[in-house]
Design a protein around this ligand. Structure first.
Ligand SMILES: C[S@@+](CC[C@H](N)C(=O)[O-])C[C@H]1O[C@@H](n2cnc3c(N)ncnc32)[C@H](O)[C@@H]1O
Length: 363
């Protein structure tokens, strides 16, 4: 699977991809937690979160390397956080916060396929951002754990990683993936962003393909930086779906890209959050984020075709609702085969959505 993962990376450290004014994606969001940031449900008292942040910052900074105590599960939850969490939980105890791609087992499989394609890029970009041995890391919106496991490999046995996600199903898969890979310095917890509490500040906050789903990503990142020690690393990785293409051109690939972008927008997600990432991090308080881009590629007989077809499948109800295509146009059961045939016919190379990383250090 990895042999068709040719990736090239263009490190633009210190440079901005675009000035903040160039592009602003939709600011919709379906995650109730984000709506709550604006005050729905139980409203935080003015300054309450800031106080929690300041209190964390007053704790002694952790060294970046050397053996650390494992990150323990949070012992207590503040009454406000518990209340907010209960607000978002239906009678079956399942989070009702929405996520564009759903929370089915099919989505967990799709996330694993996606990670197989992006793992090399992600590890490269995490290292470029400054993730190092011995660090304690928080991975937010961890899904099936691809980024958490990459981070756990980098930080090694002297470091620790905790992955958090709002979907209990993907967390089960993440734990299975960690056990299968025999990676022990990682744990997974259920939290709905931005309500994460840890016993101690971490050295690094990371996340991949999470900010695109949030209504106010800068506010969430800012809130989460309260969990990072002063001088700690903040790095996120987001994609630009509009840049995905086949070379030479394959009309079916272009159509799939348009369907996926429409489905994401219909859900209130930003398909090109990668472009906004430096701006988001600046708005969250990181002075001059560095930026790098990596792109996984694939040929006609490759996992890349599976990822495109499965992403269309996950988004199909939203694609139909957006009006760009209906089930017959998409014909999802035959989509992967048709994509492979069309790419084979012109010997196309598929360039998947580019993965943008941005990072900076807290003051
Ligand atoms: C596209 S997946 C990315 C998963 C993983 N970071 C990766 O790159 O493989 C986005 C993940 O974010 C989670 N998520 C979305 N909104 C969230 C929120 N408000 N709180 C916690 N998790 C959230 C979803 O459940 C999903 O697992």
């Amino acid at each position: 699977m990895r042999e068709d993962l040719l990736f090239f990376a263009q490190v633009l450290a210190g440079r901005r991809l675009h000035p903040p004014s160039v592009r602003h994606g939709p600011t919709l969001c379906r995650t109730r937690c984000d709506l709550r940031l604006g005050g729905a449900g139980r409203t935080a008292r003015p300054g309450e979160r800031a106080v929690r942040r300041r209190e964390r910052r007053r704790r002694p900074a952790l060294a970046e390397s050397g053996p650390h105590r494992p990150l323990r599960r949070r012992r207590s939850v503040s009454p406000g956080a518990r209340e907010r969490r209960e607000d978002r939980t239906d009678m079956a105890g399942t989070d009702t916060t929405t996520y564009a791609m759903g929370n089915t087992s099919g989505e967990a499989v799709r996330l694993d396929v996606q990670d197989a394609l992006y793992a090399g890029c992600t590890e490269y970009l995490l290292r470029a951002a400054g993730l190092r041995e011995g660090m304690r890391v928080l991975d937010v919106g961890c899904g099936t754990g691809g980024v958490s496991l990459a981070a756990a490999r980098i930080v090694g046995p002297g470091g620790q990683v905790v992955g958090v996600d709002m979907n209990p199903e993907v967390l089960k898969v993440a734990r299975r993936n960690a056990a299968a890979a025999d990676i022990r310095n990682v744990s997974f917890e259920h939290h709905v962003l931005p309500d994460v509490e840890l016993p101690e500040p971490v050295d690094a906050l990371v996340g991949r393909l999470i900010l695109m789903h949030l209504a106010d990503p800068a506010a969430v990142v800012k809130e989460l930086t309260g969990l990072v020690r002063p001088g700690g690393l903040v790095t996120f990785q987001e994609i630009n779906i509009s840049r995905a293409r086949a070379v030479p051109d394959v009309p079916l690939v272009t159509r799939c890209r348009e369907w996926i972008c429409a489905g994401q927008r219909e859900a209130g997600s930003d398909p090109d959050m990668g472009e906004r990432l430096p701006h988001v991090l600046r708005s969250a308080g990181l002075a001059a984020p560095a930026v790098a881009v990596a792109v996984p590629t694939g040929g006609a007989v490759s996992t890349a075709m599976t990822l495109v077809a499965e992403t269309v499948r996950s988004l199909l109800p939203l694609i139909e609702r957006s009006g760009v295509a209906d089930g017959q146009d998409v014909d999802v059961e035959t989509l992967r085969g048709r994509l492979s045939d069309a790419c084979a016919e012109v010997r196309a190379t598929l360039y998947l959505s580019e993965l943008v990383a941005a990072w900076g250090r807290l003051d």
